[in-house]
Each structure stands twice: as structure tokens, then as C-alpha cells.
Design a protein around this ligand. Structure first.
Ligand code: GLV
Ligand code: GLV
Length: 311
């Protein structure tokens, strides 16, 4: 009978419905990595999240391992090439989270531009004293503005669909041209022309610290930078420097170089930066679909069938 390790509880009852396989879920006591290291040797499949770093050491311990199913679209936490070289199939959950992630990123952009979070904080702190006032808390418009999307994968396309409903001019930069309602731009043109720059890239060796001081410096002084894919695509120290120097108007981030963020992170000292704790796919509907997809991927591989998605 095949054995499966599951690192975290996932929504729905998809795990309970798996038939004829032995399932062990991490209890939450002790160190996750130690648990994986000591149990992966007897596992045929593992169902993990983006918190678990699956590197060469773990893969080498997985003598019987046939499938690594990650409950995420991102796979920067897995040494995919090494796993593949050992004949292990790696699967992920794209598509089902694209729209939820694009919704959140779009919301972050509006929140940053229109003072939604600072306005909320102001009322909660009982600081709304003067009532309605013609010059109070003015923000930037969204409609009619230029949106620059860096990366035109599924999430980039979903952001572009939303932006066209908001009457934005959409430009994009990507390694490849795409058949989308947006104009291709060089990275410099995009940075120089956009009122909002949204990062919609995967994290990999080529995109690590893609947004550095030099690139941020090319943005308009009135522009906002929004990142909802992976924190390490932005050099956070450089972003802090640019914010200190008021090189851009503000930023909105759902992802960070080091998660979870605590109050030692200097990014939290800026009132013009809206932050959320990696919530891109965090809706009831999407997290349920991700669970179904990740379990189907895993079970299909072990049953000799094609997974829904594989890397
Ligand atoms: C979330 O960040 C994911 O990769 O699914
Ligand atoms: C994620 O789904 C992407 O391909 O952008």
C-alpha cells in the first residue's frame, strides 16, 4: 500500500476520501523538516505547501518517492530539476487560483491609490475630526491611468482583463509576446510610462531581485509598485531606499522577502505602503479548489494516471 505524507491540513475532505493508501498528516508538534527527514524514506508521495523547502537533502532521503504535490502555483521552494532527475514527478495548482490572486492584486492597487487602508486606520483611531473637506486624503485615480504589467502569464492576463473594465491603458513587459489587449513595451518604457507597475512574474533565478533600485528609479514619482506573486522578485532593501527618497508615491505588497513579516521589517514604517499577509489565493472557493487539484494530482500519479498539472 502506498504511503503519503501531508504537511498541513487543507480545506475540504479530499484527503479523507483517498482510498487504499496510508496517510500520515504532520501533527503540528515538533519541527516540520525533522518530521519530513525522518518519514520521507518510506513515503511514495508527499503533499506539501510553499512553506516546506524540498531540497536535494530531502529528495535524497525520499528513496521511494514518486510524486511531490505542492498546494501552490509557485514552486520556487522545490528543487524541481533535481526531483525530475530522480524520476519524481512534481505537480502544482495553477489556474484554480489565478482569478482570486488577480482580484487581490487589483484590490491592493486600489487600496494604495485611494487611501482605503489609511482612511480605515484614521477612523478606527478616532482621528476623523474635520468631516468632509475638499483637500482631505486625496489619492490617485485608477481609470484612465497607465497600468504596466511585468510578466504576462495567467495572473498577468487576469489582471489585464480587470484593468480593461477600469478603462486603464495597459502595457506589459514579458519575455514573450502575448495575444492580449495590451501593448508590449520594453522594461524601461514600462517603468517610465506606468502609473501603476504590477509584478506578475514567477520567482526563479532570472527574476530574483528583478526590481532593484535602478529599475525603481525609472518609475514616475507619482507611481505605485504592486507585488502579489513572490517577495524575492523585489529587492526589499532597494524598495525601502526608494521610499525613503520619495522616488515613488507608494507600494502595495502581499508578499515579502522573508515571511512572516514582523515589526522589525522597515517596510512597515511607511504609511504609503499597503501590506497584506500573502493572501493572494486565500478565498474559501479557491483554497478548496487547490485542495481538490493537489490531491487529484497526487493520487493520479500514484495510480499511474496523468496529473492535472505537472512541472
Ligand atoms: C501562492 O503564493 C502560491 O504559489 O500558490
Ligand atoms: C500563474 O498562474 C501564472 O502563470 O502567472
Amino acid at each position: 500500500m502506498y504511503k503519503i505524507l501531508v504537511t498541513r491540513n487543507i480545506p475540504g475532505n479530499y484527503i479523507e476520501k483517498i482510498e487504499n493508501m496510508e496517510i500520515e498528516v504532520f501533527s503540528g508538534n515538533g519541527n516540520m523538516r525533522d518530521w519530513l527527514l525522518s518519514n520521507i524514506g518510506s513515503a511514495d508521495g508527499i503533499l506539501i505547501t510553499l512553506n516546506e523547502k524540498i531540497d536535494k537533502e530531502l529528495i535524497d532521503h525520499g528513496k521511494k518517492l514518486k510524486v511531490i504535490s505542492t498546494y501552490s502555483v509557485g514552486y520556487d521552494h522545490i528543487d524541481v530539476e533535481y526531483a525530475k532527475s530522480k524520476g519524481i514527478i512534481v505537480t502544482n495548482t495553477p489556474e484554480v487560483l489565478t482569478d482570486a490572486t488577480a482580484d487581490l492584486i487589483f484590490g491592493l492597487m486600489i487600496a494604495a491609490a485611494r487611501n482605503i487602508v489609511s482612511g480605515n486606520d484614521l477612523i478606527h483611531k478616532n482621528d476623523w475630526k474635520a468631516g468632509w473637506n475638499p483637500t482631505f486624503m486625496l489619492g490617485s485615480e485608477i481609470h484612465g491611468k497607465t497600468l504596466g504589467i511585468i510578466g504576462m502569464g495567467r495572473i498577468g492576463k487576469a489582471i489585464a482583463r480587470r484593468a480593461s473594465g477600469f478603462d486603464m491603458k495597459i502595457i506589459y513587459y514579458s519575455r514573450h509576446r502575448h495575444d492580449v489587449d495590451a501593448d508590449f513595451a520594453s522594461i524601461d518604457e514600462l517603468l517610465q510610462q506606468s502609473d501603476f507597475v504590477i509584478i506578475a512574474l514567477d520567482l526563479n533565478a532570472d527574476t530574483f531581485h528583478f526590481m532593484d533600485y535602478q529599475k525603481i528609479s525609472k518609475m514616475k514619482k507619482t507611481a505605485f509598485l504592486i507585488n502579489g506573486t513572490r517577495g524575492k522578485i523585489v529587492n526589499e532593501k532597494d524598495l525601502v531606499r526608494a521610499l525613503n527618497e520619495k522616488i515613488i508615491e507608494g507600494a502595495a505588497l502581499d508578499v515579502f522577502e522573508d515571511e512572516p513579516v514582523d515589526n522589525t521589517n522597515p517596510i512597515l514604517s511607511f504609511s504609503n505602503v499597503v501590506v497584506t499577509p500573502h493572501l493572494g489565493s486565500a478565498t474559501y472557493e479557491t483554497r478548496d479548489k487547490m485542495a481538490e487539484t493537489a490531491v487529484t494530482n497526487l493520487v493520479n500519479v500514484l495510480n499511474g494516471k496523468d496529473p492535472l498539472y505537472k512541472l
